[in-house]
Design a protein around this ligand. Structure first.
Ligand SMILES: [Zn+2]
Length: 411
């Protein structure tokens, strides 16, 4: 499939009002993504076609990878692996990180954050996955990344017991627990996320007006005051087993801020309440309300039917949406309708998808034809003072980081 703009096009932005596109004209032909420079905040939505992976480079060069998905789903329902199948998705993610961390002078990840225990966020495992040279687990997703890049602190929602609300099972989960256990035995850092905290995922140094706030985790949502969080979930003893919170509603959500700039991402959080039957499941609604409005947001749960409610869209009202898509069902038609709706919030906005499948484009063409890009890495680069930011789309068919799209915005 082709991107809406090919490399012969020029990218035009308009207007000068705050929260609107600011003048921007850039010929992108044959240009490459400029390297990160100190003071900037980079957020790279890496398009492997096989799950979520987002590299964050903080203003002082501190780095964090959010998820490293690697689904084994077949090509009838999942996008093809990108750039190709010569490496596993986790290896491509590690190579991407190595390439873009070069500018910071440190070839390591300070944090690796796993939003929740699912294969498209941490890596599926089968007999074909090779064994690690470092411990008794197989390589896929986060373990592939950790094999190639030192990881300072691994942070997830369940460490150390992984028993709330129930211990996630399955081969991929057991492989991940073996990886965690191996890290502990080797004296490497592992920590449980703290909902509400703005100090846990801190820069190593530097004095920029920068923070990462954990807005939600395990159903606990930041109250907006101090570092306090409050659980949305009823006591588990009051619920039937079938109604227990699932892995998605336990996802970690973050608000990343630099000066006036703000970004929201919530893993696979959902807002769907079974039409009001289970109102406590709308963790995304509560998280978006306390975090928004923001400049850039991800369409959580990949833009699936149960992600963005109208209230979530109204609360976040970003200038740019990024859909971390990889499956046939990403995104859902109503989710796109909401992202593009001038009724839910007025003004210009851009919508990007990392890997839109051709069949999805066929179904949703009326709306997907309005996407700024349908495949490629989506890189948000925020200027050192946070007053402006640039969205780049780069090709994911190779490792050249060639530009497909550039647009500049005021925060
Ligand atoms: Zn997912």
């Amino acid at each position: 499939m082709t991107a809406p703009l090919n490399r012969r096009h020029f990218v035009l932005g308009l207007l000068a009002a705050p929260l609107a596109l600011r003048a921007a004209t850039a010929a992108v032909e044959d240009q490459h993504l400029p390297p990160w420079t100190p003071g900037c905040l980079d957020i790279h939505h890496i398009a492997t076609g096989r799950g979520s992976a987002t590299l964050v480079v903080m203003p002082d060069g501190t780095s964090m990878l959010i998820d490293a998905g690697a689904t084994n789903n077949a090509l009838d329902v999942s996008a093809a692996p990108m750039p190709d199948a010569s490496h596993r998705p986790g290896e491509w993610i590690a190579r991407y990180a190595q390439r873009h961390l070069r500018a910071t002078g440190r070839q390591q990840l300070d944090y690796l954050l796993v939003t929740h225990i699912h294969p498209d966020h941490l890596g599926d495992v089968n007999d074909a996955a090779p064994l690690s040279a470092q411990g008794a687990y197989r390589l896929s997703g986060v373990t592939d990344v950790a094999e190639l890049l030192p990881v300072g602190l691994l942070v997830d929602r369940g460490y150390p017991a992984y028993d709330f609300p129930l211990r996630p099972g399955g081969r991929y989960a057991e492989n991940y627990y073996a990886f965690v256990q191996s890290r502990v035995q080797r004296g490497l850092g592992v920590a449980a996320i703290r909902a509400g905290s703005a100090s846990q995922l801190a820069m190593r140094g530097g004095s920029a007006p920068f923070s990462i706030r954990t807005v939600a985790a395990n159903g606990e949502v930041w109250t907006g005051s101090g570092e306090q969080a409050k659980s949305m979930f009823p006591p588990l003893s009051s619920l039937a087993r079938a109604d227990y919170p699932d892995e998605n509603v336990c996802s970690i959500a973050l608000k990343i801020s630099l000066g006036k700039f703000a970004y929201f991402t919530g893993g696979d959080l959902t807002s769907y309440t079974h039409d009001g039957e289970l109102p406590w499941r709308d963790v995304l609604g509560a998280a978006a309300k306390v975090a928004g409005p923001v400049n850039v947001a991800t369409a959580d749960h990949h833009g699936m039917f149960d992600g963005l409610s109208g209230d979530v869209v109204r609360a976040l009202r970003p200038q740019a949406w990024v859909i971390p898509s990889w499956h046939l069902a990403h995104p859902d038609m109503l989710q796109l309708e909401r992202m593009l709706s001038q009724r839910l919030y007025p003004g210009p906005r851009e919508v990007y998808a990392t890997s839109l499948m051709a069949a999805n484009h066929l179904v949703n063409r009326r709306l997907t034809s309005q996407l700024r890009s349908r495949d490629g890495h989506v890189v948000v680069r925020v200027a050192p003072d946070g007053a402006s930011y640039t969205v780049y789309v780069t090709g994911n068919g190779d490792e050249d980081d060639r530009l497909k799209w550039v647009s500049r915005h005021a925060s």
